[in-house]
Design a protein. Structure first.
Length: 289
């Protein structure tokens, strides 16, 4: 694997950053996870737009234009012969002091890793998976807005620890008001009748690229799609529940806190949306080759 760092490529062994980089010291930076399908970088421009928005929100100046960033992502895929894979695009604040002052970091770093990812075992996409709700509360939106995809993921990691310790692979996090926010790394959807609901970003949910694509696909299928407040009760009593994310794609949830969802198997709507999403991956994207 060849890792892109500030316009140059390094082997995995030689791809290094300074221990004084504020991305390492304080989680001071932003990132995007992007997928490549069928020789194209999927929703590339949308991911780059969100990356720049995240950077602007934390007063981090991106050291290249959006056009150059897209070109760098495509080039990293070419260098690693990626036609179907996963790209992690990172911008750190750069090297600074042991103090918090971000303005002492003069040169932000751009890092691109183009490889593979398998978030959940393949079998779970066929059977669906159980999840739990956890005690780790999602960050307050005015403490660290979830629309900022920052390098500081400790909130999510702590939730993931609770899930793993309970022998499940994923969990649902609540916001400080007790409403559903998101999973540790994915967005949450609940279907009841013809109404498909997902938490709005002000409830603590990341405004996911895959989330937005699935909402549009669901509307094309004739569903009444709403960004709406959800409670545990809404998940327990839903006909179908599923998660979406760049790495996760679409995966059915068949059990929440030992409450069986629907038939206890991936629902018809979830399966239909997954098929529609698969077709979308063949059409959308910036060509690599």
């Amino acid at each position: 694997m060849k890792i892109y760092i500030n316009g140059k490529y390094y082997s995995e062994k030689d791809a290094k950053i300074s221990v004084f980089d504020h991305g390492l010291l304080y989680g001071d930076g932003v990132f995007e996870g992007i997928r490549a399908y069928h020789g194209k970088v999927f929703f590339c421009n949308e991911h780059i737009d969100r990356l720049f928005d995240s950077a602007k929100a934390i007063a981090l100046k991106v050291p290249m234009s959006k056009k150059k960033m897209v070109e760098a992502v495509v080039d990293a895929c070419k260098k690693n012969k990626i036609t179907n894979g996963y790209i992690r695009l990172i911008i750190t604040r750069g090297v600074g002091s042991l103090g918090l002052n971000p303005y002492l970091c003069k040169t932000p770093q751009v890092i691109i890793i183009a490889g593979d990812i398998q978030l959940y075992p393949k079998k779970l996409y066929e059977t669906g998976m159980p999840v739990i709700t956890v005690g780790t509360v999602r960050n307050h939106v005015e403490a660290l807005n979830p629309r900022i995809k920052s390098l500081n993921y400790l909130n999510n990691v702590m939730a993931k620890i609770e899930a793993i310790n309970s022998n499940v692979m994923e969990c649902i996090m609540m916001n400080p008001q007790g409403f559903v926010a998101e999973a540790s790394g994915d967005n949450v959807f609940a279907l009841k009748g013809n109404v498909l609901r997902t938490p709005p970003s002000w409830c603590g949910a990341l405004e996911g690229i895959t989330r937005n694509a699935v909402m549009e696909l669901a509307r094309e299928e004739g569903l009444d799609v709403r960004e709406d407040v959800l409670t545990r009760y809404d998940l327990f009593t839903a006909d179908e529940v599923f998660l979406t994310g760049t790495a996760a794609e679409i995966i059915a949830v068949i059990d929440v806190d030992k409450r069986k969802i629907g038939t206890g198997k991936p629902g018809k709507v979830t399966i239909k949306l997954l098929a529609a999403f698969s077709e979308l991956t063949k059409k959308n994207g910036v060509p690599i080759i």
